[in-house]
Design a protein around this ligand. Structure first.
Ligand code: BG6
Length: 471
């Protein structure tokens, strides 16, 4: 796409996305309970890049006032983080007053700096005592999450306008239970879908609690609730066979339509459930579940976009663990890769998703809730004044994505804003600080000191003018 003079609407918002467990640090302060990341860090610190485990964060728990000022100075108006379940509640599921006080102070500092905080409730960070009781497969844990959500709404309902139940609910089923990448490293497709179902019920119960508390005036009247997912626009080879298209249908169904149908129709896509059942995978459905899922409709949606899904017909029906296989990776010869992360860079995917939303889910507002580029040798080149010179890759990456968003909006997409992932470098799960996403450097060898990178000026220009021309 040409870099012609494109402009985003005046009311289009720019902001930053991060999460509690990746920024706060202070992993034992305020009586915080152990979460799954703390457990994995304790069990095997070598699994984390440079042995930097969950304790790290990026020191935002201590520096939040300074960080909100930095974000504001870049022209950003909003910031998404997550409350940590393990900090807000105690082991009996009751409010942890010290943890709550931390978040009250945090939100107040953001308000003072002119930054609106969007609050997400769950970002892959289950308290480990609940995981040990069966995690999302156990209905008591689903109920415990609903209690957590209700407690958060009651505590912060007058302060927060934008709420989200989950970030990327597809990721734990895949990473922990299906692909074996994250603790506890399982390879069980059926279990992953049971987990996905438990999360779907948990989301829906939380939305139900939100509506009830809003009707009672506990949650402010202008508040909205949504879900954030990493939707991956699905593609296959040119001249696909029917089997390739079937692989696309199931990839789209399990990763995208599952959540889109839940949050717009209050149910799961029947064609996906039917195909799973044909292969012997069924969900632990109970009487009353239909009514719970029906509560899952949201006010708006967050779309995290990093990469598309390129798939083709699988060469095997069953994998080495006995799981049914519905698709396999298609290596597109023209793919441009971010080699640090191993993810394809395909800005047009954002437009294709936007068009799907406009066609199939046209009633729903949404925003790009994460997008960003993590680079391993980010600090390799510095300008004379000592700033990381990331302009050659970070600016084109963001500009190209914003241009496709501008085009989609011109064509009717209801995309309301853009949050860049990790505006301030932050901890990336087991990749820790390997790949840096930030427009603001975090210097680990100098007590997490912040320093603007060279591209930050460009971000400020775009966020304040909404123009995508050269800065
Ligand atoms: C998203 C997550 O999947 O991608 C973030 O919501 C994550 O938590 C981000 O950090 C970037 O991925 P990674 O693995 O490079 O940190």
């Amino acid at each position: 796409m040409s870099s012609a003079n494109l402009t985003l609407p005046n009311d289009f918002f720019f902001g930053a996305a991060m999460s509690g467990p990746q920024t706060e640090g202070m992993y034992k302060a305020h009586g915080k309970l152990e979460n799954l990341w703390d457990t994995w860090s304790d069990l095997d610190i070598r699994a984390f890049y440079n042995r930097v485990g969950s304790y790290a964060g990026n020191d935002m728990g201590a520096r939040y006032a300074e960080d909100f000022a930095l974000l504001r100075d870049l022209g950003l108006s909003s910031f998404r983080t997550s409350i940590q379940w393990s900090r807000l509640l105690d082991v009996d599921g009751k409010l942890n007053v010290e943890g709550a006080a931390f978040y009250h102070d945090y939100f107040a500092a953001a308000r003072e700096a002119g930054i609106e905080v969007f609050v997400n409730l769950y970002h892959f960070d289950m308290p480990v005592y609940l995981f040990r009781r069966g995690g999302w497969e156990n209905r008591e844990v689903v109920e415990a999450y609903a209690n957590y959500a209700r407690t958060a709404f009651a505590e912060f309902g007058q302060e927060i306008e934008h709420w989200f139940t989950f970030n990327e609910p597809i990721v734990e089923p895949e990473q922990r239970y299906e692909h074996g990448n994250w603790y506890p490293f399982l390879h069980d497709f059926a279990q992953a879908r049971r987990v996905q179902y438990g999360i779907s019920l948990a989301h829906s119960l939380a939305v139900g609690a939100f509506r009830e508390l809003q009707a009672k005036g506990v949650v402010r009247a202008d508040a909205q609730i949504g879900l954030i997912n990493c939707f991956t626009p699905p593609y296959t080879r040119e001249d696909p066979t029917p089997a390739d298209l079937e692989a696309v249908r199931m990839t789209d169904g399990l990763g995208n339509r599952w959540w889109l149908d839940l949050v717009t129709k209050g149910r799961l896509p029947q064609d996906v459930l039917d195909t799973m059942a044909e292969r012997g995978v069924t969900l632990p459905v109970r009487a009353g579940d239909e009514a719970i899922l029906a509560q899952g409709k949201v006010d708006w949606l967050g779309f995290n976009y990093y990469q598309p899904a390129r798939v083709q017909a699988p060469s095997h029906d069953v994998d080495e663990w006995g799981n049914p296989v519905f698709s396999e990776r298609y290596v597109w010869p023209d793919a441009v890769m971010n080699k640090s992360r191993g993810w394809e860079i395909y800005p047009k995917g954002i437009y294709d998703f936007a068009m799907t939303m406009t066609r199939d889910y046209s009633d729903l507002d949404w925003f790009v809730s994460e997008n960003g580029i993590g680079i391993m040798e980010d600090k390799a080149v510095r300008t004379e004044d000592g700033r990381i010179d990331d302009t050659a890759y970070r600016i084109p990456f963001v500009r190209d994505h914003l241009q496709w968003i501008a085009k989609a909006i011109d064509e009717g997409a209801r995309c309301r804003g853009y949050h860049y992932w990790g505006v301030i470098d932050c901890w990336s799960w087991n990749n820790a600080y390997k790949n840096r996403y930030g427009f603001i450097e975090v210097d680990l060898s100098h007590n997490y000191e912040r320093r603007l990178k060279a591209s930050a000026e460009w971000l400020r220009h775009v966020a304040t003018t909404h123009c995508l021309d050269e800065a």
